[in-house]
Design a protein around this ligand. Structure first.
Ligand code: DP6
Length: 327
């Protein structure tokens, strides 16, 4: 049996996905738009092995764990397509903190699907890989592709049109990303549970869904004209709306910590002073600052003096998920 290793990068959403229209098939209620990063990466080896009774996951050196059944369910989809029932050994590692709002599930499921597709000799097209990655984690559908990527919420009940598509390669608008790591601990409420709680309890949920298309249009148009200010406006607005929505769940979800808020204020001050920067935050406390590459020294200066910020990581825009080794 084949043994294939794939790598994938996390992505960060500029127009956010929060809420599902179908939990069983993991269909998002809203479209989203993201950038795929480089530097941060997940590397995953998948080896189908006739001697195994069950799928085995080793993540960052720890075997089993909560992710094993999600990984197995995702592999079932690929086995179904291949008409195979052999179980697999999956060894995966992240070069960044797992489950802490750095999109490890996005890069994780994208790498898994790409490695398993190759190990099973399926050769599925990228759109199909995106659909399968979405079943593992909605944001993973976007990490199949590099650069700027749009995820469609789709209309079909079977989710076949609920896939990501690349909008612009990284080289066409090579923005810089600075990640301010506030905490390396796994978050208390993960995205899946958090968005379900929000859908069930927030009085603002329908307004969020109704407004998503407006933000997507603005972001697409900012990309077309490489209008940084416009992208900054829509991205910060989408981020703040998503967090306000999460806070309005009952009980409210609060992903920020003090250094996250300090970071927002520093980035806003930079913007007011004319720098081409904006912030975004996913379901965790980490602050992500998107900028033109020439702004990196200013961003670093603004973040280094924030009390409690643990680490600053500079990265850029990267490629989609790909096979890196196989035999
Ligand atoms: C805040 O893709 O992790 O990062 O589909 O339940 O696995 P599941 O959720 P996930 O949610 C990502 C939420 C977000 C925003 C985004 O990436 O669009």
């Amino acid at each position: 049996m084949k043994n294939v290793t794939a790598t994938a990068h996390p992505n960060i959403a500029l127009v956010k996905y929060w809420g599902k229209r179908d939990t069983a098939l993991n269909l998002p209620a809203v479209g989203s738009l993201s950038i795929t990063l480089d530097t941060l990466e997940t590397t995953t080896r998948v080896e189908f092995d006739d001697t195994l009774d069950v799928d085995r996951l080793e993540l960052d050196g720890v075997t089993g764990g909560a992710g094993e059944s999600r990984v197995s369910a995702c592999l079932d989809l690929l086995r179904d397509i291949a008409g195979a029932d052999t179980r697999a050994r999956v060894v995966s590692s992240n070069n960044f903190p797992t489950g802490a709002g750095l999109a490890s599930s996005a890069s994780g499921f994208a790498a898994l699907v790409v490695a398993a597709d190759a190990a099973l000799d399926l050769g599925l097209p990228p759109a199909r890989l995106s659909e399968l990655a979405r079943r593992g984690s909605g944001s993973a559908a976007r990490s199949i592709f590099g650069g700027f990527v749009e995820m469609h919420h789709g209309r079909r009940t079977d989710g076949a049109d609920c896939i990501a598509e690349p909008l612009l390669p990284a080289s066409e608008w090579p923005l810089a990303v600075t990640v301010g790591i506030v905490s390396k601990a796994a978050k208390a409420v993960g995205s899946t549970d958090g968005m379900e709680l929000t859908r069930e309890t927030s009085p603002y949920y329908s307004a969020w869904v109704d407004n998503a298309e407006t933000d997507l249009q603005a972001a697409r148009s900012a990309l077309d004209t490489r209008d940084f200010e416009k992208l900054a406006d829509v991205s910060e607005h989408s981020c703040l709306k998503m967090h306000a929505l999460a806070m309005s769940a009952n009980p409210g979800l609060m992903y920020w910590q003090a250094p996250t808020v300090a970071g927002i204020n520093r980035v806003r001050a930079l913007r007011r002073a004319g720098h081409a920067v904006f912030f975004t935050i996913d379901a965790g406390p980490q602050l992500k600052v998107v900028s033109l590459p020439g702004e990196l020294p200013a961003v670093r200066d603004a973040l280094t003096t924030i009390d409690g910020l643990q680490e600053i990581v500079h990265t850029g825009l990267g490629e989609g998920a790909r096979v890196v080794a196989g035999s």
